[in-house]
Design a protein around this ligand. Sequence first.
Ligand code: G3I
Length: 345
Amino acid sequence: DIPSLAEAYAGLFPIGAAIEPAHTSGLRAELLKKHVNMIVAENAMKPASLQPAEGRFNWEPADRIVEFAKANGMELRFHTLVWHNQVGDWFFLDPEGKPMVDETDPEKREANKKLLLERLERHVRTVVERYKDDIRSWDVVNEVVEPGDPDGMRASPWYRIAGIDYIETAFRAAREAGGPDIKLYINDYGTDSPAKRDRIYELVKELLDKGVPIDGVGHQTHISIHGPSVSQIIESMKKFSELGLDNLVTELDMSLYAWNDRRDYGSDIPEDILRKQADRYRELFEAFRENKDIIGGVVFWGIADDHTWLNNFPVQNRTDAPLLFDRQLHAKPAFWAVIDSAGQE
Ligand code: G3I
C-alpha cells in the first residue's frame, strides 16, 4: 500500500487534479480519492461546455464533478469563466449574425462591445451564483496576456472587441455575484518567462489600482524535463506575492520531451528519462514546500499518463507521460520523489 499524496502534503498545501465527469467512478476515482483533496474540471466548466448557445445552460457534466468532490470532502477549483478557446462563437456575433471583430463602423463597434460585455456579465453571474457555495477558488480569465501580440495582450475576439474592459467586467461581476469569500485568479501558462511575467504583473497592477478585485495568479506550469528552471518558476511567484497576491500552481505536468521533439517513447520509456523526471519533480516540490507561504495549492492537469492533453500534442502520434502515475495507474518514480519532498513520513 502506497502513501497518499494529499496526506503527505497536509499542513503544507492542497494537492489537486483536473478530471472529466467520467472519472468520477471506477478505478481512477479510487486513485483520486486516495491522493488528492482538490478537484478541477478539465473541460466541463469552460464557457462552451456551460453555455453552448445563448441562454442555454448545460449543467449536468459540471454538476457531476461538483457532487464527486463534495461526496469525498475535496475542495473544488473553477476553470474557467473566460477563455479564447472552448467558447461559443455566439458570444462574438452581432444581432445580425455577423462576426463583431469585422465591424468597422465606430457606432456599431461601440454597440457590439456593449452587447459582448452584457453577455459576459450574464454568463459570469449565472455560473458564479450556481457554484459560489461549493467552489472557493475561481479562474476568472485564462491566457489573456501574450507578449507577442499588440500591447502584449492576446489578440482574441474578447480583446479585439472590448479591449481590457472584458477582464475588468469579468472580475467585478464575479465578485458581485460571489461575495467576498470566493478567490479570484488570473491564470496563464509560461508565467516564469520574464516577458510574460512582467506583462501580467503590469496588467494586474493596473487593474488593482482601479479597484478590480483580483486575489491571485494561477500558474499553469506545463513544463518539461528540460525546463524552465525551478528557481525561475519560484522567482515569478515571489514577484506576484509582493503585490499581495496568492499563487496557485493550477495545471502542473512535466513532459518527457522538448516541445517539438519528433521522438516517441511509446510504452517503453527509458529508465534514465523517468529518473530525470523524478529528480526534477523532487526539486520542484522541495521548492514548493520551502515557499509554501506564497503557494495556495498545487493542482496536476490529470492524474495518470493514460489521460493527458499531451498525448498526441503538440506532435501527432507522440505519447507522453507527464504525471505521477503511469498508464496502468501505478506510481512512477516521480510519485516517490514528490512523496519524499514532502519531508514528513
Ligand atoms: O467533447 C468532444 C467530443 O465530443 C469529440 O468527439 C472529441 C473529438 O476530438 O472532442 C471532444 O472535445 C475535446 C475536449 O478536449 C474534450 O475531450 C477537444 O477536441 C479537445 O480539443 C479538448 O482539449 C482540451 C484543451 O484544453 C482544449 O484547448 C484538453 O482536454 C484540456 O486538457 C486542455 O486544457 C487546457 C486548459 O484548459 C488551459 N491551459 C492549457 C490546457 C492544456 O491545453
